[in-house]
Design a protein around this ligand. Sequence first.
Ligand code: IPM
Ligand code: MG
Length: 356
Amino acid sequence: MKIAILPGDGIGPEIVAEAVKVLRALALPLEMETAPVGGAAYEAAGHPLPEATLRLAQQADAVLFGAVGDWKFDTLPRPLRPEQAILGLRQALGLFANFRPAICYPQLTHASSLKPELVAGLDILIIRELTGDIYFGQPRGRRSAPDGAFAGAEEAFDTMRYSRPEIERIARVAFEAARQRRGKVTSVDKANVLETFQFWKDIVTEVHRDYPDVELEHMYVDNAAMQLVKAPKKFDVVVTGNMFGDILSDEAAMLTGSIGMLPSASLNERGQGLYEPSHGSAPDIAGKGIANPLATILSAAMMLRFSLQQPEAAERIEAAVQKVLADGLRTADIASEGCTIVGTAAMGDAVVRALR
Ligand code: IPM
Ligand code: MG
């Protein structure tokens, strides 16, 4: 089983190191190879997604990804910015299905900014379409200014588009996932305004005919944003496009009070996947040894389950994380009274000990 390890920028290298530690402790035949990505790759090789990094990712069974981005790269032309690395990987590997669970851990209920009774026991799954929509629409650009230059531009545009097969396959992923859960799908759109999302709604409704055992509801994105903070537990699986999914998944993650805890998986049609924490590169705390590695460690567990067919190993990691939390260990981001605050490496070591 071959894993490409892409640590990236900011806290990426620190948190990925802890996940690698945990993977090694499993004593499975895992072959891991590391390559630079994002701003780190731009500095080392002049491109955020160097040829060699892309090849490594393509040849691996799975990719474990840290995070990319740093303000210091904000002035680079768009094709050289760190974010292009993750967008390029999604596109090149065809990672169309993005799973972003938002789970409120019992020990962390009080870390949420919502009232504990609203979020206690929360377990929702956002399924974000990841390779279409306005993120990858053509044409895009600016008029009356050279590409890459804002100065002198009269207008800028990006186009929103979805094809029938793109919507059909993500709808199927959502209905299948709901079957393994509480049997409800909320499809989020903006059909009242946008053609693209009237099309989305119609096709999701069509695909639903094959899943009569699953309940389907449609919701406009503005209402969904409101319902997520009003009554988040009414959701089970939320399926939506790339742009709305980007926004709603951050909102849902924060409901749990523990964005440092949430893993994610991005899968293609062959079951190959990229696994990364739901949070970003947090350059403000990089290098301080205080970042929470648990989202990345839990992403490694998702990788074992979805791409490497090692469900027992995945469960062992998840149980170890539960134990460490039950023992009262916390990184600063999820600290609460009476708990022991530990740094990144100590948290990784604790998970390894719990695993054993
Ligand atoms: C995410 C991030 C990315 C996105 C950025 C870094 C390109 O916000 O994974 O949610 O917008 O998809
Ligand atoms: Mg985002």
